[in-house]
Design a protein around this ligand. Structure first.
Ligand code: ADP
Length: 420
């Protein structure tokens, strides 16, 4: 404003008002441009501190910008220290953590990941599948269900066993957590070997005991005749022990073989007919057994293992159904796969027991299980065999009304057969 008045005065004195105003405006513009240039330099960090020569409106602009910058610097420092603390804590984690982006590329990782997965700087932004190439891992990564973890041998260190888990978060990002479970794996193997060895060692003495007891019972007179009851009880208990040993051996075989089994063309309807007849022998006329099967529905599976699944479930239905009860056996296919169903009108199972039935030696009623010659291992075997065949076990039950045990086999196991 002052400059404008000065220009006007000079103009009036010299008689060149418009020229004077023009010159004054040009000076004013140059001054602003000069200040703008200085501000630009200052913002680029080429000048330290607020220049002393700044006056007027520009001083205000500098003051506010300076405050803003200081505030930003403080915030940046705080953030950096937070990131550092977070990085230190993730580095202190004994488990490996790798951040994957939407495309499955490696974004970031902690120190344990560097040592456990052999990650180096140049691995950043590479697909994780370039690093972990195990087919089980690729299958796990492409699956959308990460509720369970994957266990596999390390490709970087021999003898090391890893447990891998993916945790989805944010916008389709994934966190890969890897844990060294070598010790646990060794212990598990020792447990498996121990059970397999003990069961194997018990087999021979048991066979001898059973043999002697059976031949003793053939004696017609003397001490044996007087103690027939005790000898029969011994024989019965030894047979039970033999069944436990057989089941334990089968379970350890299933465990050690993992998911590989001998694939055969299995005529399931014929198999079920045979097991139903055995079930009738076990029932001894106390129940009615009905069967309804699709004669064309065959599976590509392990025949021996299927026999053990179907017989365990059918015999259980007989064992846990009081006299006069009914048992229905069904075998059919729908879009979900092939279904094997055993429905009984037996004692039923309370809901709290159902999730635990497939645990080894878990029995709802120990007395009844023993009385019927149960080993407590039948449903554990069923679960293992079904797992190996990618099939699932479903259990519906109501106490005092009955139970339905259902196995659902995936459609890819159904045998394509040419119908003549
Ligand atoms: P077990 O040799 O004792 O029969 P399983 O593993 O076959 O062992 O079964 C575990 C438990 O599940 C049994 O002890 C029994 O309590 C229960 N169970 C299994 N099948 C049936 C059924 N059809 N009805 C009622 N209870 C059952």
């Amino acid at each position: 404003m002052g400059l404008l008045v000065l220009g006007l005065l000079i103009g009036l004195v010299t008689g060149q008002v418009s020229w004077a105003l023009f010159v004054i405006t040009a000076v004013y513009l140059v001054w602003h441009l000069h200040n703008l240039y200085k501000l630009d330099q200052w913002l680029q960090g080429k000048r330290a501190g607020i220049p002393d020569t700044i006056e007027g409106a520009w001083a205000n602009v500098y003051y506010h910008l300076n405050r803003l910058q200081q505030r930003n610097r403080r915030r940046k420092k705080k953030l950096a220290s937070m990131v550092n603390r977070f990085r230190e804590s993730t580095n202190a984690l004994p488990d490996a953590a790798v951040v994957l982006d939407v495309h499955g590329n490696i974004e970031n990782w902690n120190m344990s990941a560097a040592s456990l997965l052999n990650l180096r700087k140049q691995d950043a932004h590479q697909p994780i599948t370039n690093l972990i190439r195990h087919p089980d891992f690729i299958q796990y990564l492409n699956r959308n269900d990460f509720s369970s973890s994957l266990q596999m041998p390390s490709s970087f260190q021999e003898g090391v066993y890893l447990s891998i888990r993916i945790v989805p978060y944010g916008n389709k990002q994934r966190l890969l957590m890897v844990r060294d479970i070598t010790r646990l794996h060794k212990l598990e193997q020792m447990r498996q070997d121990f059970i397999a060895n003990v069961s194997h060692e018990l087999r021979t003495p048991l066979t001898v005991i059973l043999g002697y007891l059976e031949s003793m019972l053939e004696e017609e007179e003397g001490w044996v005749k007087e103690n027939e009851g005790s000898i029969k009880a011994m024989l019965q208990q030894s047979m039970r022990m033999q069944n436990i040993v057989t089941d334990l051996l089968l379970l350890s075989r299933l465990e050690t073989e993992g998911s590989t089994y001998k694939k055969q063309n299995v005529d399931v309807p014929a198999m079920l007919k045979m097991i139903k007849e055995d079930g009738e022998v076990l029932s001894n006329g106390r129940h009615t057994l009905q069967i309804d099967t699709d004669p064309e529905l065959w599976l590509r599976a392990s025949g021996e293992e299927l026999i053990s699944v179907f017989s365990n479930l059918i015999y259980n239905a007989v064992k846990y159904t009081p006299e006069g009860g009914h048992i229905y056996i069904r075998w059919f296919a729908d879009e979900q796969g092939a279904h094997f169903e055993v429905e009984d009108t037996g004692v039923g199972i309370a809901p709290q027991h159902i999730p635990r039935l497939t645990e080894r030696f878990y029995r709802v009623d120990v007395g009844r299980s023993r009385a019927t010659g149960g080993t407590g291992l039948g449903l554990a075997i069923v679960k293992h065999v079904l797992g190996r065949h990618s099939a699932v076990l479903e259990i519906d039950s109501e106490i005092d009304k009955g139970s339905t045990f259902r196995c659902v086999f995936p459609t890819n196991l159904i045998l394509e057969r040419e119908v003549a």
